[in-house]
Design a protein around this ligand. Sequence first.
Ligand code: HEC
Ligand code: HEC
Ligand code: HEC
Ligand code: HEC
Ligand code: HEC
Ligand code: HEC
Ligand code: HEC
Ligand code: HEC
Length: 497
Amino acid sequence: MDRDILLGIAFLCGTWPALGLAAEDPPLSPASRDCLECHEEATPGVVADWRRSRHARTTVQAALAKPPASRRVSVGEAPEGTASFAVGCAECHTRDPDRHPDTVDHGDHRMHPVVTPADCAACHPVEADQFRQNRMAHAHGNLVRNPLFRDLMDQAVGIRSRDGRSLKVSDPGDATRADACLACHGTEVRVVGTVTRDTAQAGEMTFPVLSHWPNQGVGRVNPDGTLGTCSACHVRHEFSIAVARKAETCGTCHKGPDVPAYPVWSVSKHGVTVKSREASYDFDAVPWVPGRDFTAPTCAACHASELADASGRVMVPRTHRFADRLAWRLFGLPYAHRPPQGPDTTGLRSADGLPLPTALDGTPSPGLIDPAEGEARERRLATVCGACHGTSWVTGHFQKLHHVIEETNRQTRTATGMVQEAWARGCARGPGQGSPFDEVIERRWVESWLFYGNATRFAAAMSGADYGVFAEGRWWLTKTLQAMSEWLATCRARPSR
Ligand code: HEC
Ligand code: HEC
Ligand code: HEC
Ligand code: HEC
Ligand code: HEC
Ligand code: HEC
Ligand code: HEC
Ligand code: HEC
């Protein structure tokens, strides 16, 4: 139909303008229209944000009609009842009500507030399936179900009080855990009851009461049992690909001294080039063409994005399984190592019986990828670099990184040897006798790998030289080793405990 005629009909009917929709916007399902009737008033910010999204401006049918290279849905055909409508409130919040324990009667509908990866999977099955295999989706369990990591958490955030002349550490409690480590790793969201409230727009309404909500940690455990939240990166309700491609989105979590990818990237030529040129970049284009749409990479370009050349030929396919391009796990536990084969790390056991990917002497645990797989992944990442750099530049970069992994691991061995001697001499209580993370020598040992070893490696991988030296890098690593050595000398001088 002619656009002007469509416009005329919509205005004559009066419904489009009343719902704040432009004439060219696709129709809404009857359920989604109901939602807007109230939510225009109840949550105007949500409605305005959604209206800017592609979900509001496209039907699944129209999305499927696009050529494969620029298609933004991965489902083969539209889920029942959705083909000719925009993706409105109801398409997400009323999907499969019976599998969502947080479903409540809401107006004439059955609505759940916690939209999960299972809902998105109706139209984006490939992304949801890959994200399930991303370590990020398992970030909650990997932390709380690993007894050593859980102890690290409780020692780091446990509440301190004076107990005579010593310091007592008490259980931080779930609320503190949720506000601390689990803010990023994700909480477990459960339905713990319902509450009936008087609302300005619709009188009495009943809502679910959810534990540890709100939370947008990447590994959030949802009431329907699914893992993770897509809105960690796809900020609701615009769900914009441009936002997901910005480094700031990843920087919400990848920032501290333990995981300084964002600060490292920010001071690299890549970060600086992006920041100075981004007004001229096209962050929305699919396919995404290096050189044409952007001239330096954000996190997404290296770790996730589908990149194509100007003729549309795909150079690297998109992945929501971010380890696909990672040959190493830079994050030392306590040594840098090959990535685990699967996203759930709780099954790893080191040769010395600890739930870690490496033993205390550095021996890799079973269950990590083999070197051949590592090399294949490094080649995949090098293909990304190859869009903008020559082979010698890229090969030289990775050689430097391999050297830094080896060099920092060697110093982690030095630090670990010292803490082990402190344990053996009874100057500190190690595994089996007490927490390995609470005493001063142990805290220094943790900092040597968790902060300074990691920062040095991240700086080498993502080119932020200062983080490899004076900003949380080698200066601090070597200073910490010196302090540990001097502490150990006083321990040796003490009569054993
Ligand atoms: C009769 C009016 C009305 C209709 C129709 C309606 N809502 Fe609501 N909705 C409300 C009000 C009022 C609130 C409460 C807002 C607040 O907490 O201040 C609400 C809250 C919500 C919440 C948040 C719930 C929570 O526990 O935090 C979601 C999600 C939601 N509505 C989705 C929908 C969807 C999807 C539809 C359509 C299927 C819909 N609503 C239809 C009035 C309505
Ligand atoms: C850790 C961050 C992150 C999370 C979590 C995440 N995504 Fe993405 N997503 C991205 C990035 C980055 C892109 C851009 C990829 C590109 O440039 O090709 C993207 C792109 C997409 C696209 C656009 C694909 C296209 O064809 O244009 C869809 C759809 C999508 N994600 C769905 C999901 C769903 C569904 C989930 C949850 C199951 C999810 N994402 C979780 C980061 C994330
Ligand atoms: C593409 C799917 C999708 C669509 C479409 C959608 N939502 Fe949501 N909505 C979500 C997700 C996902 C969350 C939860 C965010 C999170 O994971 O923390 C959410 C959360 C909410 C909340 C609770 C957030 C808060 O801050 O209290 C409200 C209210 C809500 N949506 C209303 C709406 C309304 C109204 C519409 C239609 C204008 C709508 N949603 C359309 C996916 C969607
Ligand atoms: C009923 C089908 C449907 C559901 C459910 C759905 N989407 Fe979409 N999604 C679409 C369509 C259609 C598009 C637009 C495609 C286009 O413009 O070509 C889209 C586009 C996207 C994009 C790309 C946006 C952009 O700016 O390019 C992202 C990201 C996305 N969806 C994420 C999600 C997430 C996350 C959820 C769950 C919270 C979700 N979608 C649920 C159908 C759906
Ligand atoms: C600001 C966000 C954020 C907070 C808060 C946070 N982490 Fe993390 N954590 C991360 C990121 C990002 C990674 C991934 C590191 C990497 O692979 O580069 C991670 C990974 C981990 C891992 C590795 C798990 C595995 O086996 O894969 C452990 C252990 C961990 N964190 C412990 C903690 C503890 C303990 C706390 C609280 C004291 C905490 N984290 C708080 C962001 C965070
Ligand atoms: C809400 C917090 C959060 C956001 C946002 C986030 N991450 Fe993560 N990321 C984590 C945590 C936590 C882990 C570690 C999970 C674990 O080890 O159990 C992680 C792990 C990773 C890993 C290792 C994955 C694997 O399977 O080996 C990569 C790579 C990564 N993140 C990159 C990114 C990128 C790129 C973005 C932005 C597009 C991003 N992250 C956004 C918290 C986040
Ligand atoms: C120029 C490409 C590039 C950019 C841009 C980039 N990275 Fe990386 N990233 C790398 C390389 C190279 C590695 C190490 C590769 C390996 O494991 O073989 C890496 C490793 C990682 C890891 C894995 C850490 C671990 O524990 O193994 C995470 C997480 C990560 N990057 C997050 C980010 C985030 C967040 C950003 C944006 C702020 C970002 N990266 C930007 C190239 C890049
Ligand atoms: C989209 C293009 C693009 C991609 C992809 C890309 N780079 Fe770059 N890179 C640049 C630009 C532009 C510069 C700045 C060049 C200069 O100043 O000489 C740069 C600079 C660098 C530098 C110098 C960094 C510094 O801060 O001194 C290194 C090293 C580098 N890139 C390595 C890589 C590696 C390794 C990859 C792949 C993992 C990669 N790049 C991917 C565009 C890109």
